[in-house]
Design a protein around this ligand. Sequence first.
Ligand code: GAL
Ligand code: CA
Length: 330
Amino acid sequence: MRKIFLISLIFILALTFTAQADEIKIGACIYRFNDAFMLRFRNAMTDEAAKLGAKIELSDGRDDQNVQNEQIDAFINDGVNVLIINPVDRMASQPIIDKAKGKNIPVVFINREPAPEMLNSYEKAFYVGAKAEESGTEAGELIAEYFKKNPEADKNHDGKIQFVLLKGQNGHQDMILRSKYSVEAIKNAGFEPVELASAIANWDKLQAMQIMNAFTMAIGPENIEAVIANNDEMALGAIEALKNNDYNKGDKNFYIPVVGVDANASALEAMDKGEMLGTVLNDADNQGIAAVRLANALAANGDIKAIGYEITENKYIWIPYQKVTRGEKK
Ligand code: GAL
Ligand code: CA
């Protein structure tokens, strides 16, 4: 009896040890936890890691590259098998890649795209994200489509669209390309875009609200025909400011179409209430799942072609964006 007990005990111990030894450890560095879109992204990654039986640890870079660099060192010292990096400063990715390469640790960048030459400096460096220009184009198309359906949206009847632009963090590919391509799309749809004002609001709702308050005061809400925000949080901040001016509260004569990007729950709610025109789905679920599957396969020396997402140029997984609107404005 005792012998059987001992044997089974040894067996159980052996099992746990092998399980522990085989378990993939993922260290995931997020630029900032306090970001509505990155929260969706984090949840998707945690869920997928659980499904795969991988261990994932997440760190909050608190929007400080130095803090994040220390967290990367700590993960490496902890013996993680793979890193997922959402860099604070995407242009500071080279030292991160060099460090990972020195330890032969694969690294999957997410959401903030390092320059191609950086990614190309290490065969185990990858990027999972969405094409920024696509989201810009789709946001601009939402505005153009609205003006086609609602000619009275051209309040000063000059055939042009007078807009204000709220931009994300400086240097972010989504800030640069969404800004550029949303304006481009308005042009391509046959309208002349006129930028009344633009400012950086760092993806942040409060900053956007303050900036939009200043814009409405300086320009007059009656002279603004559209608001283009690089993300939903800033769109919602702008809507707060408009509501303070008795705009976007349900009266069609006091309405300015506002578009964002992400399709966060709070934006969909604002759209349901008729406060916000539309958004573009930034697919956090698929980006998070793809990043974790890729990381897991890299760490396990598995087949990265079998993870269910196409890898282009041996480097990139691109998740498509998608326009989102609610019903028709009357
Ligand atoms: C963008 C997203 C923003 C913000 C940013 C962080 O893709 O649209 O809301 O989360 O990433 O890098
Ligand atoms: Ca006009």
